[in-house]
Structure formats: C-alpha cells, structure tokens
Design a protein around this ligand. Structure first.
Ligand code: FE2
Length: 180
C-alpha cells in the first residue's frame, strides 16, 4: 500500500503509482517534499519550469518527459530488442528536475527569474544531494548529475541516455512553442 504522502503527490505526479516498490515511491516524494520546504512555493503545482515561462508548470514537464521516455523505450525495444528498466526510467524521470523547485522565483516585479542558488550551484546538484539523503544509490545520483548539458561527465546508463532525448525534446518544444 502506498503511503499517504504518495497518494497526495500522485495527484500531480501520477506515474508515482506506476512504481512497484512503495518505498521508492515514498522516497521520491521525500525528495520533492524536502525541496519544496526550501522553496518559495506553497505547493508542488506552483513550481515553475523555467525563467520567463510563467505559464509552464514544472509538473507538466516532469509528467511529459516520463511518458515520452516510456513510449520511446517501448518503441526501441519493439524494433531493436533493447531492454530498458521501466521502473528506473520512471524513478529518474520523477527526480531529474526536482531542483527546479528552488531554481526559479518571482522577483519584485512578478517576473519569473533564476534564483541565487541557480546562479551558484549547477543544475542537478541539489537534486542529487536530497536524493542521497533520501536513500537513492550512486546510479541514480549519476543519472541526476549527468542529465544536464552543464555536466562535463556524460550519462553512462542506458535509461539515462534514452531519457536525455525525451527531456530535450519536451524542453526544446516548450521553449519554442508554449504560450508564455
Ligand atoms: Fe527536464
């Protein structure tokens, strides 16, 4: 049975309930909860995707990338027989951008801007710290830390390589064509 916290967060991140291991699902929520405590947002749906894109929620990007990555993995498996760990794709997808919660904020003119932490700490690092504190292993930390072009180290895990394309696809299309 999922924890009360998973039930609550799954209203915004429905793929939490695709995780078969309830402890992993709860630990993912722990990372989000710890990050939200440090943020200006009252609840998860207030967190934003990127500076200048006030209308795009962070959860819409996370949900889109998880679904895109799962679809991609199934298609590549169908045609090439490559096996992917879907549980790992979902867990990583749910965690990969959680530090965006603290990377953007509204300034005095109600403009969404990069926060001080975003200007000082490389994307992925705060997510990895909180993932470590919530019990995630070095493979998951590697995936989080290397998913950004800011990282000099590139992903070495199949699911992370696949996820990178889904993440970039959603990011690029939203940046170009979303209403903002
Ligand atoms: Fe992302």
């Amino acid at each position: 049975m999922y924890s009360e916290r998973v039930e609550r967060y799954a209203q915004y991140l429905p793929s939490l309930k695709l995780l078969k291991d309830e402890k992993t699902a709860d630990a993912v929520c722990g990372v989000w909860e710890d990050m939200l405590k440090q943020s200006p947002w009252k609840s998860i749906e207030e967190a934003r995707f990127k500076e200048g894109y006030d209308d795009v929620s962070l959860v819409s990007h996370v949900n889109s990338t998880v679904e895109c990555a799962l679809s991609l993995s199934r298609i590549i498996h169908k045609y090439h027989g490559i096996e992917f760990d879907e549980q790992r794709i979902i867990t990583f997808g749910l965690l990969h951008d959680v530090d965006k919660v603290i990377e953007y904020e509204f300034n005095g003119e109600r403009q969404l801007v990069k926060s001080e932490i975003a200007n000082k700490i490389q994307h992925g690092v705060m997510s990895a710290i909180l993932a470590y504190q919530n019990g995630f292993d070095s493979d998951m930390l590697h995936m989080i830390l290397t998913h950004t072009t800011e990282s000099k180290m590139r992903p070495q895990i199949k699911e992370a390589i696949l996820f990178g394309y889904a993440d970039l696809c959603d990011w690029d299309l939203v940046c170009r064509y979303s209403a903002h």
